[in-house]
Write a protein that binds this ligand. Sequence first.
Ligand code: ADP
Ligand code: MG
Ligand code: MG
Length: 252
Amino acid sequence: MLSIRNLHASRDGKEILRGIDLDIQAGEVHAIMGPNGSGKSTLAQVIAGQPGYQITEGEVAYLGQDLMELSPEERAREGIFLGFQYPVEIPGVSIAMFLKTSLNAIRRQQGLPEVDAMEFLSLVREKMKLMQMNEAFLTRAVNEGFSGGEKKRNEVLQLAMLEPRLAILDETDSGLDIDALEVVANGINGLRSAGRAIVLVTHYQRLLNYIKPDVVHVLAQGRILKSGGPELALELEQRGYGWVEQESKAVA
Ligand code: ADP
Ligand code: MG
Ligand code: MG
């Protein structure tokens, strides 16, 4: 689904990604872990096509296409979804309006008929039930005055409604108490499927107690220094990130 080769990216003249190699197949869940400032959010943003980054070297192929040739809107249409570490507020736009507009934009671009108000309501109600969300939520403005947990639930609700092929979730676990974490994790687990890949960017291994990844990567200093199975996340929790950086220095 996604194949990244020797990706280098800068922001304001500062190189942040310094040769990323990453392969993600449909059906897989990948966790990207690493210390603060290592470039995890940058990698997520570059894949989604957020402006402000310069790609200075390397290739990214998504479903056989050169991803860097596609605008952020085209990437969304092709099924790439990015949940932000710091979700933006959209005053005056209700969750219902936002979800219906996003869903129909994607459906139009995919040549599918738009959903009408009734279809939308029944679909969103079904998804909200799974997320244990109160329906009153639908009338609130996007992220305005939301608690950390509400923002994250909203993000997973978007995910459930839009059903992307490649979902990238940046620190979806941050600011969640244990109950909210469990609900959010269940929501994400419910979206695992053979045709979909999920990338969880996370600083802590806590989320991975609930969502078992197929592959865990350590990103540090703009490179993926080590990859392994779910046991790697547990080892990182025990030992921190320093040893991975030492190990890769010894090899280099
Ligand atoms: P992570 O998500 O792993 O914590 P980020 O991708 O957010 O890391 O940031 C990676 C690095 O890029 C950090 O060292 C950060 O200071 C730097 N960075 C982020 N934005 C800018 C910017 N506008 N100009 C220069 N450096 C930046
Ligand atoms: Mg950070
Ligand atoms: Mg980050």
